[in-house]
Design a protein around this ligand. Structure first.
Ligand SMILES: [Ca+2]
Ligand SMILES: [Ca+2]
Ligand SMILES: [Ca+2]
Ligand SMILES: [Ca+2]
Length: 416
């Protein structure tokens, strides 16, 4: 405490013109008392860009202050090219769009002493403040440093990819891409359970003289390409779709270009169909008490559609999927089908077990992107969909501020 007061005092004296005094007061006021240490949202990524431009990606490290010591936390640096696309290797040098990534749950306290006094780091570092915008009293901090002598010392690896079975796995879930037939997923397990997935499905109806129905089987098969298997996340690409997987969260960006289809689009649907015989509970905004997934049809309300989330709870885990569908235009609905009867028109095992997702009728654009997030949480929590939908819509606020022994600069960026 004494040290940081001196540090800020030095900043106030030396850099008085650089920093408004209100900002200084704000920094001191942000310092948490011990009972409010932890950030309340722990399974989301913290992504920082714009730090250490021109430095080698191998000389960047991330630490937290535990209250009594500096501790390295799991982190990775992912390079993006000039178009913003993730690439396995760019130039090994920090550019403005390269990302330093760590988990919100690994943040610590606002430091009460200087990291520059404790570790062999370069004279300037970044203090990263992470704030839950839904509960602004909840904050966490991490420190991104540059050093030519430090090494990676934290052995934690939250996620891995197996090219043999095309699966990403963590302690909490596994997801696998289909080896043949379609570009979607055909494997999902949660919290130690077995595979619960038949497959992910895509339905595109368009009218060109007659109604034509496409499924996920009608698109050319793309290779599954691993861009990165880091300790915080994996980056996997199939066609134009990029899936980013963390310990308890996966996000997917699925760009769809149907401009070559003649006629008009009538309906687009994406859904996740569970395997034959899987039992559990389905929730969405209109079915908050849950419907039994058991292959027996349920009385489910598909509208209104105000919140793009759905939750499937099976055995030891829950999968909450949230989506951004706005670029399609049109009218959105929830989609749910639970029926063990064989439907010869269906794909996969032709049965529907808790098949659920999102449907858009009369989309106004043939060029759109569907962005989804999937949270994996332990099962015993009941319906948590609305909460995680709020998380998805209100990302953690990230502010990186350059600091040195003698000076604090204005925040350089704010980005999730
Ligand atoms: Ca770079
Ligand atoms: Ca890994
Ligand atoms: Ca049912
Ligand atoms: Ca099925």
């Amino acid at each position: 405490m004494k040290m940081i007061r001196q540090l800020f005092l030095a900043a106030a004296l030396i850099g008085a013109l650089l920093l408004p005094s209100a900002a200084l007061a704000g920094n001191l006021a942000d310092e948490p008392s011990p009972p409010d240490l932890a950030l309340d949202r722990t399974i989301e990524p913290v992504i920082v860009t714009g730090v250490f431009a021109g430095r080698s990606v191998n000389d960047i490290f991330v630490y937290r202050w535990t209250g009594s010591a500096w501790e390295q936390i799991p982190f990775q640096i992912d390079e993006r090219d000039a178009t913003g696309a993730y690439v396995a290797n760019e130039d090994g040098v920090m550019d403005s769009n390269d990302e330093v990534v760590f988990m919100s749950g690994d943040t610590g306290m606002l430091a009460s002493s200087s990291i520059g006094d404790a570790l062999p780091v370069s004279g300037l570092w970044y203090r990263v403040q992470v704030t839950d915008p839904l509960n602004t009293a909840s904050k966490g901090w991490a420190y991104i440093v540059h050093s030519t002598t430090l090494t990676v010392t934290n052995p934690t690896d939250y996620v891995s990819y197996n090219a043999g079975n095309l699966r990403v796995s963590t302690a909490n879930y596994a997801l696998g891409w289909a080896a043949s037939g379609h570009n979607g997923l055909d494997y999902m397990s949660m919290f130690g359970g077995g595979d619960i997935l038949d497959r992910t499905k895509l339905r595109i109806d368009y009218r060109f003289i007659v109604l034509i129905k496409l499924t996920e089987n009608d698109f050319p098969l793309d290779n599954v390409v691993l861009l990165k298997d880091g300790v915080v996340r994996t980056l996997v690409k199939r066609g134009g779709t990029v899936t980013v997987s963390y310990q308890s969260y996966t996000s997917t960006t699925f760009p769809v270009d149907l401009r070559s289809l003649p006629g008009s689009l009538e309906q687009v649907r994406t859904s996740v169909d569970l395997g034959n015989g899987v039992t559990g509970t389905y929730y969405d905004e209109n079915n908050a008490a849950g419907k039994p997934i058991d292959g027996v049809p349920d009385n489910v309300t598909a509208t209104p559609f105000n919140q793009a989330w759905r939750q499937v709870t099976v055995g030891n885990g829950s999968n909450i999927q949230v989506a951004t569908l706005t670029s399609l235009g049109g009218t959105r609905h929830h989609y749910y089908k639970d029926n063990s009867a064989v439907d010869p028109q269906d794909t996969g095992d032709q049965r529907s077990f808790g098949d659920s997702g999102f449907e858009v009728t009369n989309p106004t654009s043939k060029l759109f992107t569907i962005t989804t997030g999937q949270y994996f949480i332990p099962a015993a929590q009941g319906n948590q969909g609305a909460t995680y939908n709020q998380y998805f819509l209100n990302p953690l606020q990230v502010t990186a501020t350059a600091e040195s022994q003698f000076q604090t600069y204005l925040p350089t960026l704010s980005r999730n």
